[in-house]
Design a protein around this ligand. Structure first.
Ligand SMILES: [Zn+2]
Length: 335
């Protein structure tokens, strides 16, 4: 029976892969030694250029912050003066705060905004104000892509949605999270937006000449979106990934760290296959965007764009985050 042959072959291959997988990665009991090995691997991958990511390798708290602690921590971050807005690529603009970023992608048919900052005050001052300073028209915002369901990314979204009839895009998982039980809630943030466009892994968001591929990368939240899209600089096209959620601020949750680790591996293969050479973040302490924008403001146009890291560096960045997540998983597993 011919039809059964490919099935048999596939089954055999699956068993072979399983056996091979087991042989390659023997299950190791979490210990101080495995934690140290993962931190050492992360440190090697970080090299001299990605040291900022090693903050992820510091031990994460086993519990989420209490309300008063969350509020005072957020206020301290929000009260830092905002950096100037800036142009990172021909079609990509930073309109963020000091702590949390928002990015405007200019297309032939309007603007896709990635994230909306903490609240209406920031959306007005930094997103609308920043866009005007950069010669962009906020009335052209057609989509607000919210990378994940925490208020520092969605807080300004209802205001922009209402004012400009912008459509709000989030993963189905995180829409459900914001509708049912917020992981973090504080009056400092605007209310979550009303459910609008719901996307799943691999969906595309197209506006004019620009398409974003939306990868769901569970970990930081279970519906975090990491968009991948083209950017241009000095006549050269580059491919960018924005890592949609970075820190381990969810407390002791080993399965969630396992998801995070899987997401870094999976996106590592996407980065290699698509030759992604730019990694961005929604927090500038992760991607160094403030320093890079400052460098761009100083340097003559002919010089290399500091946001272009090269594909091997983006692969290393994912490896650093994955190794730090494994170190943290092992720490929690021992507790
Ligand atoms: Zn978050």
């Amino acid at each position: 029976m011919v039809p059964s042959l490919p099935l048999k072959t596939a089954a055999l291959a699956a068993v072979a892969a399983l056996v091979q997988g087991c042989a390659q990665t023997p299950a190791q009991q979490p210990s101080d030694a495995t934690v140290a090995a993962h931190v050492a691997a992360a440190t090697r991958s970080a090299g001299s250029d990605l040291g900022a990511l090693l903050m992820l390798c510091k031990p994460a708290p086993a519990t989420r912050p209490q309300q008063a602690e969350l509020d005072s921590g957020l206020n301290a971050l929000i009260n830092k003066p905002a950096p100037p807005p800036g142009k990172a690529f021909d079609n990509l603009y930073f309109v963020g705060a000091d702590w949390v970023s928002a990015w405007a992608i200019k297309t032939s048919d309007g603007i896709i905004l990635i994230d909306a900052l903490n609240n209406q005050v920031e959306a007005s001052a930094l997103i609308e104000g920043g866009m005007r300073k950069l010669g962009l028209d906020p009335t052209q915002i057609k989509y607000v892509l919210v990378t994940h369901g925490h208020g520092d990314h969605y807080g300004g979204a209802p205001y922009l949605a209402q004012k400009y009839r912008a459509r709000v895009v989030m993963s189905d998982t995180d829409w459900t999270m914001t509708e049912t039980k917020l992981e973090f809630a504080t009056p400092i943030w605007g209310a979550p937006p009303k459910r609008d466009i719901s996307v799943k892994d691999g969906d595309r968001l197209t506006l004019g000449d620009t398409t974003l591929t939306l990868y769901v990368t569970p970990g930081h939240t279970m519906g975090t979106i990491s968009p991948v899209f083209d950017v241009g600089s000095g006549g050269q096209k580059h491919r960018a990934m924005l890592w949609g959620g970075t820190s381990f601020n969810f407390g002791k949750d080993v399965p969630r760290l396992d998801s995070y680790i899987d997401s870094t591996r999976r996106m590592g293969t996407v980065v290699s296959a698509q030759k992604i050479d730019v990694m961005l973040s929604n927090h500038s302490n992760v991607d160094g965007s403030q320093a890079k924008l400052a460098a761009l403001r100083q340097q003559p146009a002919a010089q290399a764009n500091p946001f272009v890291m090269g594909t091997p560096a983006v692969e290393r960045a994912l490896s650093v985050m994955g190794e730090c997540a494994q170190a943290q998983r092992d720490r929690f597993a021992m507790q």
